[in-house]
Design a protein around this ligand. Structure first.
Ligand code: PLP
Length: 423
């Protein structure tokens, strides 16, 4: 008997249809999301089925958390085998899966040490804590006086400190006060960064391509210029590759496009192979030396289950050539999308399989296009009502992308016809 029965309340009936599932979620869940009206029940590769058995192409891959595709067989095998052997130990003891994972992370990033955590925002917080302590202990900024510079339009997660970095009024509204010591500069403008740096600046935190802001690609050489400025002014360059890393833009890290080796790299999302939350802050010895036992940690961070799955997630990227695949198929998909002639499209941009289609917001909302695509069996999401983002699992086939382009074209034609009628 469950406590529900004992409490005298009726047990919740097992719902079945999409409508019932949505009603139950609406009734019992906090309304901090507004999902599209599709209830997913099964996934394989880049395909998802809803509870009624309708099939959809996943052009979102959970904001790049599912870059390996849904239920990748090798990742699922690792998950099951490791779960049956040993899953969680805490860092009070060593475990036999963590060392190889850490070694691979440092090898692939060209950095010295990795600190494993669970969700992305935890890894960002870890980077911010490291930067503040480095600023004080190593750079000699007075304790409590360090400053972090981030970019307008950034997205680094949802904790209070990280929300304090956001320039998006809705993300901040009602959640203050926020930690002091943050400053924002325009994204893509290295001179603005140079001007903003002061004697108390410890670090510059940046996404190589801004995802949530609408797949905003900075001018060529931006990151390299920032890296040079940071080196000259003795400011840490911290790159948030939670979404752009793991091959999403056609390189293992997006900062490789600019030939930049940052002081710290933040990884997450696809690091968990689409199965678990696994994130990490990877940095130089110079940065990581500030952490001593007891300074910082996470109960689940570096657990053997997460370490085993994440190491396999890294191996699969290379063994299956998913990074080159992202570069090649991304360029193909971008070129195909650019052949669409529609007055509703303002811009098509991106790198690798990380692509945004910006609509003319005076004519339609990006959400209108998302809904048309949903009706055609394609899952995508808009950001800020102006950009539809396409970031499919990297295992997607070229023919599937070509089919998707045809559906986007058809959806736009429908929307244009609708506009003509109302005009
Ligand atoms: C998703 C994301 C985060 C936050 O990751 P969570 O796992 O949701 O905490 C931080 N930065 C970037 C660039 C992201 O895309």
């Amino acid at each position: 008997m469950t406590s529900l029965h004992r409490s005298g309340r009726a047990p919740v009936a097992a719902p079945f249809s999409s409508a019932e599932q949505i009603r139950q979620e609406q009734r019992h869940g906090a309304h901090n999301y507004e999902p599209l009206p599709v209830v997913l029940a099964r996934g394989e590769g880049c395909w998802l089925d809803d509870v009624e058995g309708r099939r959809y192409l996943d052009m979102m891959s959970a904001y790049s958390a599912v870059s390996h595709g849904h239920s990748h067989p090798r990742l699922v095998r690792t998950l099951i085998e490791q779960a049956q052997r040993l899953a969680v130990t805490s860092r009070a003891f060593h475990n036999d899966r963590l060392p190889a994972f850490l070694a691979r992370l440092t090898e692939l990033t060209g950095l010295d040490r990795a600190l494993p955590v669970n969700t992305g925002v935890e890894a960002v917080e870890t980077a911010l804590k490291a930067a503040r302590k480095w600023g004080h202990r190593i750079k000699g900024i007075p304790d409590g006086g360090t400053e972090i510079i981030a970019c307008h339009g950034n997205f680094h997660g949802r904790s209070i400190a990280v929300t304090g970095l956001s320039s998006e009024p809705q993300y901040r509204d009602g959640f203050g006060p926020f930690p002091a010591g943050t400053r924002l500069v325009p994204f893509g403008d290295a001179n603005a960064l140079a001007r903003a740096i002061g004697p108390r600046t410890a670090a510059f935190l940046v996404e190589p391509i801004q995802g949530e802001a609408g797949i905003v690609v900075p001018p060529a050489g931006y990151l390299a210029a920032c890296a040079a400025i940071c080196r000259e002014r003795r400011v840490l360059l911290l790159v948030d590759e939670i979404q752009t890393g793991m091959g999403r833009t056609g390189r293992f890290l997006a900062c490789e496009h600019d030939g930049v080796r940052p002081d710290g790299v933040i990884l997450g999302k696809a690091l968990g192979g689409g199965l678990l939350p696994v994130s990490a802050f990877v940095a130089t010895d110079d940065v990581m030396q500030v952490f001593t036992p007891g300074d910082h940690g996470s109960t689940f961070g570096g657990n053997p289950l997460a370490a085993a799955v994440a190491l396999t997630a890294l191996d699969v990227l290379f063994d299956e050539g998913l990074i080159e695949r992202s570069a090649e198929l991304g360029a193909h998909f971008l070129a195909q999308l650019r052949t669409i002639r529609s007055p509703l499209i303002r811009d098509v941009r991106g790198r690798g399989l990380f692509i945004g289609v910006e609509v003319d917001a005076t004519l339609i909302s990006a959400r209108d296009l998302v809904r048309r695509l949903l009706a055609r069996g394609i899952l995508s999401r808009d950001t800020h009502g102006t950009v539809v983002r396409f970031a499919p699992p990297l295992v997607i086939e070229r023919e599937t992308l070509d089919w998707c382009v045809g559906e986007v074209r058809a959806a736009l034609t429908e929307l244009e016809a609708g506009l003509c009628k109302t005009a």
